[in-house]
Design a protein around this ligand. Structure first.
Ligand code: TNX
Length: 730
């Protein structure tokens, strides 16, 4: 056995030592033909590139500066022993050929984008510090000889970021564009306006950002997503937008701006209430928003939208403008006399007809501006066909994607169950769950042809793939955006770029662990690490690291391991397995979530008899549910200062710890932002246990507990609060 392990170690080590600079590329190129020898990068090496590739050549030089102690001069005439960029005829768009031999490195393509992707491949062959912030000062580095011939599978390889729910400033966006470019992604779909904030300066209507970009007490847009009572928001000036568009273009990324209409328009309606329907009837959208649907029959709306899109069209050189079109609640339209008159006059089919009418009008506006319209898959209404130039973003399901393709639309695949990076990466992690858990393997498994295309013609309608990151849950914990994006975006890049036959999940994982994690680390990304897999066999805890080079640390007191916790070097013999927690670590500061053994009970809960009361309205059913550990209750309204929820024990409870939590059990949304917890002990003392932190609090009671009370000190945000049963540990 021992010999076998030694042999295995030798093989693994041998592999690592033998890895060639052209191994471990992400996304995997079409073809790599190994050559003989190496190209030595050292002082005197030039970069030869024609003037038309100035942007690509200075981009490469900027990166090489992070590695070498010497300068790399750029020359427009050939120099011996150099890197040459050359335009060649007859290659596909974005395709490139990268040849490395003993005398030179040559990158050829028929367009600057192809050259740029050749550069990206070359960067991946360099030490990962090429992506870092400090210079390695190397005097010499050898590239293994090879010829790489490469081209993308899809022309559209995108990332969508929702900056309405959580705002990211210009610097954040620029960093994301860099990370996308490193993965050969070429479309940034920028979700600039939604219910919870308008993020783009419109010169004609400055109030859109003066007011619509902010939410909180006294603002036109109410607080949301646990922001509490802080004023929250931000926006991009047109100057910022121009800077970002230019930065993206230098990285061959096209930005598709989105203004989400006619639903998801709370921030717009907050600024221009007259854009809503002429009705007082109340409604709540699926996202829990009120007053967020535009009136279809109000002509003035189209004039305002026309002015807004005119400025947007002039800011973004993209072929498409995205008008949203998703998740429209029909209550207002059904109760608006003007919308109803429009239905009658034009013989429209109910709310669906109004929706198409709106989309049709916007298509007119967008086309007159010389652009094509894009929208979410609800813009397809059975039996109504829009401009065939329209691009549909399939998100709801495989079926909606298929419908789009069947109807002949160019379709971008952003289907929730594969591509929504706001979904949890595992059951125990934070994130949405409505489209399921989306682990790395799931997004990697996306095969657009397999699920959407029944013929070559269908296949040709698939423009490409996109990862979507919605922002409801991104404000916390810090850098959660990066955690949600990576490494899942690496998988998406391979789905979009690599050929169908080249895809192999095991091989992809191997490349990530061998090299790509180091690249992400040097890019400064707070990427997600998988936790170890831990089980207890009755005597020892068996700890399997998520990948061979992962460092596992542990604690013995139930707390989450930190960077100074002991390193786990093998099985751990113990008779208190439930006390142990493990986490994987990478570099300086990155760690996975903490886990215990998965096959034993980690917590010993007691479920004492209790009754729950509230001084605010809660149904008997909700109160009864809350008396149990898994109980959930919905207030149906915003909780106010002075609202109190009381859990009264039938008899005093001796316990080691009590956890009070709130928020939707799946997503964590609608938690209580402002409250403290107090408990009473059997000797009649009432003790303040502290304030809720992001909706929950754990405490160790100082005696047998007779009741626990959650006392609201201010209003929560959202239209409801979600209350939960107590977790009481033995
Ligand atoms: C659905 S995807 C939405 C978004 C939410 C997202 C959360 C789409 C077109 N609409 O408004 O943010 O779910 O996952």
């Amino acid at each position: 056995m021992k010999r076998a392990i030694t042999l295995l170690t030798a093989i693994v080590l041998g592999y690592v030592l033998m890895a060639r600079t052209y191994d471990n590329l992400v996304p995997k190129p079409l073809e790599v033909v190994p050559g003989e020898g190496t190209f030595v990068m050292e002082k005197g090496m030039h970069l030869c590139a024609p003037e038309e590739l100035k942007s690509e050549s200075s981009y490469l030089v900027q990166h090489l500066e992070k590695v070498f102690a010497f300068d790399v001069p750029v020359s427009d005439v050939p120099v011996y022993n150099s890197i040459t960029m050359r335009m060649a005829d007859g290659m596909e768009r974005e395709a490139y050929r990268l040849e490395i031999n003993e005398n030179q490195v040559v990158i050829e393509a028929s367009d600057p984008a192809g050259i740029f992707y050749g550069v990206q491949t070359l960067l991946q062959m360099m030490p990962p510090a090429v992506y870092g912030q400090t210079c390695m000062e190397l005097t010499r580095y050898e590239l293994d000889a090879a010829v790489i011939t490469d081209a993308p599978r899809y022309g559209y390889r995108g990332t969508m970021l929702d900056v309405s729910r959580t705002f990211y400033d210009t610097e954040h966006v620029l960093r994301l564009l860099d990370w996308m470019a490193y993965h050969k992604l070429n479309r940034f779909h920028w979700h600039l306006a939604d219910d919870n904030g308008w993020r783009i300066e419109i010169r004609k209507y400055p109030q859109l950002t003066e007011k619509g970009a902010w939410r909180g007490d006294g603002e036109v847009t109410p607080a949301a997503y646990g922001q509490g009572h802080d004023r929250y928001g931000g926006y991009y000036t047109q100057k910022d937008i121009r800077r970002i568009v230019k930065y993206a273009a230098e990285r061959h990324i096209e930005i598709i701006p989105e203004i989400d209409l006619p639903g998801h328009s709370r921030s717009l309606i907050g600024v221009f209430p007259e854009m809503a329907c002429d009705t007082d009837v109340e409604y709540t959208s699926v996202n829990g928003e009120t007053d967020n649907v535009l009136c279809v029959a109000n002509e003035e709306n189209y004039r305002i939208l026309g002015n807004i899109f005119k400025e947007i069209a002039s800011l973004f050189p993209s072929e498409y403008i995205h008008i949203g079109g998703d998740e429209v609640d029909h209550t207002a339209w059904n109760n608006c006399p003007h919308c109803q008159a429009l239905v009658k006059e034009n013989n429209l089919e109910g709310p669906g007809g109004l929706h198409s009418w709106f989309v049709y009008r916007l298509d007119g506006i967008i086309s007159r501006l010389g652009k094509k319209m894009a929208g979410w898959d609800e813009i397809i209404i059975p039996d109504v066909k829009f401009d065939p130039a329209t691009m549909v973003y399939a998100w709801r399901s495989v079926e909606s994607g298929r419908m789009s393709v069947e109807k002949g639309y160019r379709t971008v695949v952003q289907i929730g169950e594969y591509c929504y990076l706001d979904m949890k990466q595992s059951e125990a992690e934070r994130g949405h769950r409505w489209a399921g858990v989306v682990p790395l393997s799931k997004i990697y498994s996306l095969e657009p042809d397999g699920i959407l295309a029944e013929s070559a013609a269908d296949s040709g309608l698939i423009a490409g793939v996109q990862a979507g990151l919605w922002g409801e849950l991104l404000a916390w914990p810090p850098r959660f955006m990066e955690y949600q994006l990576f490494p899942r975006l690496c998988a998406l890049s391979e789905v979009g770029w690599s050929s169908r036959d080249a895809r192999d999940y095991g091989d992809f994982e191997q490349r990530l662990y061998e090299k790509h994690f180091s690249r992400l680390y040097n890019m400064g990304i707070n990427f997600r690490l998988a936790p170890p897999d831990v089980t207890f066999d009755g005597q020892a805890l068996q700890v399997r690291p998520p990948h061979p080079s992962a460092v596992i640390r542990y604690t013995m007191d139930g707390s989450a391991p930190v960077a100074s916790s002991p390193v786990c070097r093998g099985d751990i013999v113990t008779d208190r397995p439930e006390k142990f927690r493990f986490a994987a670590f990478f570099g300086d500061g990155l760690s996975s979530i903490a886990v215990g053994a998965s096959n034993i009970e980690l917590y010993h809960y007691i479920d004492p008899e209790m009754t729950v009361e509230s001084n605010f309205p809660l149904s008997a059913k909700n109160l009864e549910s809350l008396a149990g550990r898994d109980g959930v209750g919905y207030s149906g309204r915003v909780l106010q200062e002075g609202d109190v929820l009381t859990y009264a024990m039938a008899s005093p409870v001796e316990c080691s710890r009590i956890t009070v939590s709130s928020g939707d059990p799946y997503s964590g949304l609608f938690y209580i932002t402002d409250a403290y917890v107090e408990y009473t002990t059997s000797d009649g003392r009432t003790v303040n246990a502290g304030e809720l932190y992001h909706g929950s609090l754990s405490f160790v009671p100082s005696g047998a507990v007779t009741q626990v009370r959650v006392v609201m000190t201010d209003s929560n945000d959202g239209y409801t609060a979600v209350l939960r049963g107590l977790e009481i540990e033995e």
